[in-house]
Ligand binder design. Structure first.
Ligand code: NAP
Length: 327
């Protein structure tokens, strides 16, 4: 497994991490024991970075990760959580120091730790990211020992660039995958130069880039890939990366045709992001075998120029018009 040192995080992380949204079981039907099996399968395969949030299953995902780190007792593991989405209504005025204290205390309890390794603002309204007070408050949490480092999870490249102006920012979480190339224009390079870790989320475009779905695939009623296709519950970009489903299925077929011998298409998708120079990539996994296969992508060779050019053409010809100007 390739690992990367992230200067602002002060930690070494595996290039393939583990996304833990689905462990909250608020959309994927993941039982508690399966959650532990997924986490252990990932860690056994060399994964050291785990991403969760206080709202995933209203704390269930954090508690699963808490049980896992307690039983595992591995100091090399980094757990990132997120805060902000417990605000109701979700408005800028709720992003206050008092709420930060309350939210991080709950996450510390759920995870069973005194100090959170990394807390990220969970896609807050843009004005929160433009307000210098936000970062002063996050520094206060750090001084109080509630968090070791802080970062942001954002929807757009402009939001990422706004947060990058902060000298103490440790990480930026953003959607980056074969169907979301815009962060490659500025965000990834500028973050690297600053020593800020890029955490690439939704790397498989919600599973589309595994190449396994077709026009007839259906998703459960409680699955965001069913109910959020038009962005009814949260930002439409979080579901299939904002690519209309049928367009994504067709383009994913062309991606699948480029899969190197002995790889899976999901591994091709992850290897492509690893080559872009991010700190870590956090695929979700609904089964332990997926976690293992994803982790294995962290030791694959880089893709050749011909494949990279063909993937760029797929994006430009089929995907760009649907996503590039939006995020
Ligand atoms: N706002 C935010 O900050 C935010 C938003 C979204 C996500 N995230 C983070 O990003 C993580 C990843 O996002 P995500 O789960 O939505 O998207 P994703 O990683 O692009 O897709 C995950 C889905 O892909 C399929 N899959 C995974 N590994 C596979 C493999 N090896 N082979 C075939 N299929 C595979 C599974 O679908 P099936 O269940 O159909 O098999 C899985 O549920 C989340 O867990 C969370 O930590 C953060």
């Amino acid at each position: 497994m390739q690992t990367n040192w992230v200067p602002r995080l002060g930690r070494e992380v595996s290039v393939i991490g583990q996304g833990c949204w689905q462990l909250g079981a608020d959309w994927a039907d993941v039982e508690d024991d399966t959650a532990q099996d997924i986490l252990n399968a990932a860690a056994d395969a060399g994964v050291t970075f785990f991403d969760t949030a206080d709202v995933y299953g209203d704390g269930r995902s954090e508690r699963a990760v808490g049980r896992f780190i307690a039983e595992r007792g591995d100091a090399a593991i980094t757990v990132a959580t997120k805060m902000g989405r417990r605000a109701n209504p979700h408005v800028a005025g709720e992003y206050t120091l008092d709420n930060y204290r309350h939210w991080t205390d709950r996450s510390r309890e759920n995870l069973g730790v005194d100090t959170l390794d990394l807390v990220q603002l969970h896609c807050p309204p843009s004005e929160v990211l433009d307000d210098p007070r936000t970062y002063d408050d996050l520094r206060t949490l750090q001084e109080e020992g509630r968090v070791a480092r802080w970062g942001v999870s954002v929807e757009t490249c402009d939001e990422a660039l706004a947060a990058l102006r902060e000298p103490d920012l440790a990480s930026i979480q953003i959607i980056l995958n074969i169907f979301r190339r815009k962060p490659l224009e500025h965000v990834v390079t500028e973050a690297r130069e600053a020593g800020v870790g890029i955490i690439a989320r939704v790397p498989l475009a919600s599973g589309l880039l595994s190449g396994k779905y077709d026009e007839h695939t259906t998703f459960g009623e409680g699955d965001h890939r069913n109910f959020n296709r038009e962005g009814k519950a949260f930002d439409i970009g979080e579901t299939f990366s904002g690519v209309p489903y049928e367009v994504g299925v067709r383009a994913a077929r062309d991606v699948a045709a480029l899969t190197p011998e002995g790889w899976t298409t999901a591994q091709l998708a992850l290897a492509w992001i690893a080559q872009a120079g991010v700190a870590t990539i956090i695929p979700g996994a609904s089964r332990p075998d997926q976690a293992r296969a994803n982790a294995a992508a962290g030791s694959l060779e880089g893709l050749d120029e011909e494949t990279l050019a063909a993937l760029a053409r797929i994006y430009h010809d089929q995907i760009r018009e649907h996503v590039h100007t939006k995020w």
